[in-house]
Write a protein that binds this ligand. Sequence first.
Ligand code: 1PX
Length: 213
Amino acid sequence: MAAPAAFSLREVLAAFQGCVTERREVLLGPYLRGWRGLIRFLHSLGAIFSFVSKDAVAKVQIMEGYCGGEQRERYVSLQSMVEYELASGLVDLHKRSGRPDSGCRTVLRLHRALRWLQLFLEGLRTGREDSRTSVICTDSYNASLAAYHPWVIRKAATVAFCALPPRNAFLEIMNVGTAEDAVAMLGEALPYICNVYSITQELFAHHKLLDLP
Ligand code: 1PX
């Protein structure tokens, strides 16, 4: 039996390319597959990130539950999900009421993390050879996700970032080839991630869903 292909971040980032349809809809299937792959990569960085992957897995599982559940046709795309959940009154708009987490509030958390990913990967791509991954990661985090996290999470995140390997070693564990190959791949993949981010941002802004509790 052939050995399974080594994990490469190329395929993961390509999932975000397959997310967007010609009508600018974001398909949840590939979106969640992209997240699953990122979480797998995160596992390879060690147990120090398990508090992050636990939360990410929980959010992806909630969404996979909806996508495989009774209302699965409503969860084909972000657009159909928003329309369905809003029309059915399933979204807590001001305060959490104890009912199951909506797809909208769950995707919003992943969406905010996607902004971090975009900034982080752009920082890695354009960074100097001797730049520190931990600094790139902290800067991207402070410019995005940190605003939504309480002090204790911000603290734990900042400590964990210090464990990240130096930039070139980090680029190599992506398994795309040399550090230069990884930089080239990031240049190709990032526009797709940006596209997914901005379509989602527009959709959530349009429906005033950017502050869901
Ligand atoms: C080539 C680089 C690839 C790196 C892959 C890394 C994938 C990272 C996945 C991060 C997903 C984080 C989801 C966080 C969602 C969130 O904000 N949740 C919070 C709010 O949820 P709630 O349900 O309570 O409203 C929750 O409180 C968060 C808890 C966990 C801590 C999140 C820290 C995020 C740090 C950013 C990612 C760091 C990974 C660094 C690896 C390079």
